[in-house]
Design a protein. Structure first.
Length: 83
């Protein structure tokens, strides 16, 4: 199933992804730093949702209380709750 999550506190305005049978795919950030976000998307492609959440949750960007990876983790948590 495809999800789109409106991010807060980061340069990207949203992140979209597919979550099928607990596997993350097709992650795309909208706005922000393309290089880092393409890297994140590539690294989580085909990974188990719980593993991705565990690895990315709580990562901070500079002095911000969140980051694009953290926002992806929050989006995945919300998607899991909606299932």
């Amino acid at each position: 199933m495809n999800y789109t999550y409106r991010t807060t506190g980061v340069c990207a305005s949203a992140v979209s992804f597919d979550l099928t049978d607990g596997v993350v795919s097709n992650v795309a950030f909208h706005g922000g730093c393309p290089g880092n976000q393409l890297g994140i998307a590539s690294l989580v492609q085909g990974q188990n949702v719980d593993t991705v959440i565990e690895r990315l949750r709580g990562i901070r960007c500079g002095g911000k209380p969140t980051s694009c990876p953290d926002q992806l983790a929050l989006a995945l948590i919300k998607a899991k709750e909606e299932k």
